[in-house]
Design a protein around this ligand. Structure first.
Ligand SMILES: Nc1nc2c(ncn2[C@@H]2O[C@H](COP(=O)(O)OP(=O)(O)O)[C@@H](O)[C@H]2O)c(=O)[nH]1
Ligand SMILES: [Mg+2]
Length: 693
């Protein structure tokens, strides 16, 4: 497949709700194209796309897989299919975005049994936002409970009315027998071995097929003045001509064709491959957008143009090291070419270009504009890097960060795990930009934030499998604070005057609560030189020491007004150190005497939910001690709730919100302020308890 014409390339992302049938469908296409000898089955762990142990164990796609195969249609047209299989689980949206960033066509895979699911609507919205042409494949039609007409009505209701079926399923007593082609008015039947025969449309389907045919043809010809004129004069253009117009309409996202079949029996999958070639958008019809000097600029997929390469995902391979998946946006690249990272200027050599069929490497020596391939061992080109000749100031548009977040602290199990942890986490993040690792200075914890609990669990499994680092997890220790309950006047005294040079300092401090968020207000009210001026900075330092050392509940102290009103000194034995110590003691005494109030961090939370789930979300927020600040409605009709919620109550919120809203809710939380902790919850905030959890 070395000499591929750009217009014959089909970069196809398979997207849709989890378990809709994407991977099975991709396996069926590969098998049909004879790229695999046996049909890979997800349920048996024999898929060539779901190969990571984390995927096989869960029977679920968790990462992006590329499979390139030549495809020849029934009419003899040959294309190169670059199939990109994606996860459906909503925590892996960034992986879907990576696939869509190089796709010229998305096949939205919807189950004929489960119907339109939240994940289908989510990918539809992403495709629309990114301007990706789409086909819909309704799969699992072999199941007795399949309901193509019901799903089609639902698809049109939820995804828009520009959806037109190109096929109708033929369902007989024995089950799903094949499809009627709406454009060509013929039936294709499949036997148990998947062999196809062509014949007339069965009479019971004829009326429906006929009305769908008229509907489709009218829609297609309305996109072409010439064809429309012929049609209006009673003369329907031949199907092959209609197909050409349809291809343009698909590329312009004016029409979204709907196909039907089964990934596990393979029925009508041959036609999906043919349609992808015949009416699917290709790189020459779907220019990439990059930023030149901040301005969005289209890149034409010209094999003779200046080389521009988009690294759209990196994978850590245990054996090869880092593998970078790339799409050539323009020009033609060859093995050993040298290009530079357009953001950092670092030079990269493209040693060993190869194609992919899942984990299998395919030989390629050059990759032309529009095509997708892989390269090993780039040194400095993380996901979403552009490579070009030196001196081209091009970048990629920023993608939105995934909303929400799920954080746990990780603790290495052994010393050897500890030694490798930092480097392994860095490499894991390079592979998966949706992971964020921070070292929390206050608690000393290593915090890993993922999109949700599954994403985090999978990340930690990969950490062990790929980098040999084992960790245990614990809850994040929150930065509780405490402040003084009332005003008190206290004395701090250091007196050590036996033998040698002594230590002497006395400070009298009036300590009282300061307004929330102030931290420390230190007031010097010394008159008449009771403490010489140059010791006052030491007094203030001592107060700060006491704040960091913490109050009776073990948390840092904040929001204090400390007024230094009086004191004593000794001309020989006083020192900065003595005053610092005396002041710190005074604050500790004040906290004991006046009592301490524990403060908890409170987050400002913005939750976006479908209108019908709003009531459930509100009552859940109030059970979390949340206080609603505002509610509103988004452009698409979903509800927006703004609330203040104690951060401790939000630990697993993204996961719970998903459950409450069937995956349709999203939330963002940022630290907002501190509030007193209710008395009965104070004990639970103390560090010994928190650390032991
Ligand atoms: N009967 C039937 N089952 C299917 C079909 N496609 C997928 N499945 C089953 O649906 C489940 C999820 O399939 P999978 O391909 O992993 O879905 P994905 O998450 O979208 O990749 C598996 O148990 C498959 O065997 C189909 O066309 N017919
Ligand atoms: Mg899958």
């Amino acid at each position: 497949m070395d000499d591929v014409v750009t217009s014959a390339i089909r970069n196809v992302a398979l997207v849709g709700h989890a378990a809709g049938g994407k991977t099975s469908l991709a396996e069926a296409l590969l098998h049909r194209a004879r790229a695999t000898q046996r049909l890979g089955r997800v349920d048996e762990g024999t898929s060539v796309l779901d190969t990571d142990p984390e995927e096989v164990r869960r029977r679920q796609t968790l990462t992006l897989a590329v499979a390139s195969v030549p495809w020849t249609t029934a009419a003899g047209q040959t294309c190169k299919l670059n199939l990109i299989d994606t996860p459906g689980h909503d925590e892996f949206g960034q992986v879907v975005d990576a696939a869509l960033s190089v796709a010229d066509l998305a096949v939205v895979v919807v189950s004929a049994v489960e119907g339109v699911q939240p994940g289908d609507e989510r990918v539809w919205a992403r495709c629309r936002a990114l301007g990706i042409p789409r086909l819909i494949f309704v799969t699992k039609e072999d199941k007795p409970s399949a309901d193509f007409e019901g799903v089609l009505a639902d698809l049109r209701a939820r995804l828009g009315d520009r959806l037109f079926p190109l096929e109708l399923p033929i369902v007989e007593k024995t089950g799903f027998a094949g499809v009627a082609d709406v454009l060509f008015d013929v039936a294709h039947r499949y036997d148990a071995e998947g062999a196809e025969t062509t014949g007339p449309v069965p009479p019971e389907l004829a009326d429906l097929e006929h009305s769908r045919h008229t509907e489709l043809v009218e829609e297609v010809v309305s996109g072409d003045d010439d064809q429309l004129e012929h049609y209006l004069s009673g003369d329907e253009p031949p199907p092959a001509e209609l197909e050409r117009t349809l291809r343009r309409a698909v590329a312009e996202s004016a029409i979204f064709p709907v196909l039907v079949g089964s990934g596990t029996t393979g029925a009508a999958v041959d036609r999906l491959g043919d349609f992808i070639c015949e009416i699917g958008s290709s790189p020459d019809l779907h220019p990439a957008t990059v930023l030149v000097g901040g301005e969005p600029t289209a890149v034409v997929a010209d094999p003779a143009g200046e080389p521009l390469v988009h690294v759209f995902r990196t994978l850590a391979d245990q054996f090869v090291g880092q593998v970078s998946l790339l799409k050539v946006l323009s020009g033609t690249v060859r093995e050993d070419d040298r290009l530079v990272n357009t953001s950092t200027g670092a030079e990269e050599r493209l040693h060993g270009l190869f194609g992919l069929l899942g984990k299998t490497h395919l030989d390629v020596r050059r990759v032309a504009a529009g095509d997708v391939a892989a390269v090993a061992k780039l040194s400095d080109s993380p996901t979403r890097t552009l490579l070009a000749r030196p001196g081209r100031p091009v970048t990629l548009p920023e993608l939105p960060v995934p909303p929400g977040g799920f954080t746990l602290a990780v603790r290495p199990l052994t010393q050897s795990d500890d030694d490798k942890l930092t480097d392994a986490l860095r490499r894991l993040c390079a592979e998966d930009p949706a992971l964020v690792v921070v070292q929390d200075e206050e608690s000393g914890q290593t915090l890993v934030t993922a999109v949700g609990d599954t994403h985090l669990a999978v990340a930690l499994e990969r950490l062990e499998r790929k980098f040999g680092v084992r960790v245990s997890t614990e809850e994040v220790r929150l930065p509780y604070r405490e402040t003084i309950a009332g005003e008190v006047s206290v004395e701090g005294k250091v007196k050590k005057q036996s033998g040698g040079h002594g230590q002497f300092a006395v400070t009298r401090l009036v300590v009282s609560p300061a307004p929330r968020g102030v931290g420390l207000t230190f007031v010097d009210s010394i008159v008449g030189g009771a403490i010489p001026r140059h010791y006052l900075p030491a007094v203030e330092r001592g107060v700060q020491d006491a704040l960091v050392a913490g109050g009776p509940n073990g948390h840092r102290i904040t929001d204090l007004r400390v007024e230094c009103v009086d004191g004593k000194y000794h001309s020989v034995d006083s020192s900065d150190m003595a005053f610092r110590t005396a002041a710190a003691q005074a604050v500790a005494t004040a906290m004991q005497q006046a009592g301490s109030v524990v403060l908890e961090p409170v987050s400002a939370v913005t939750v976006t939910v479908p209108a019908e789930a709003q009531g459930d979300v509100l009552s859940d927020l109030s059970a979390r001690r949340g206080r609603v600040v505002d509610t509103g409605t988004a452009d698409d009709g979903s509800g927006i709730i703004e609330a203040h919620v104690p951060t401790s109550e939000l630990r697993h919120y993204t996961v719970d919100l998903r459950a409450i809203t069937g995956g349709r809710g999203t939330c963002r939380a940022v630290h907002d302020h501190y509030d007193p902790v209710p008395e009965h919850l104070v004990a639970a905030t103390r560090p010994t308890v928190a650390a032991g959890r």
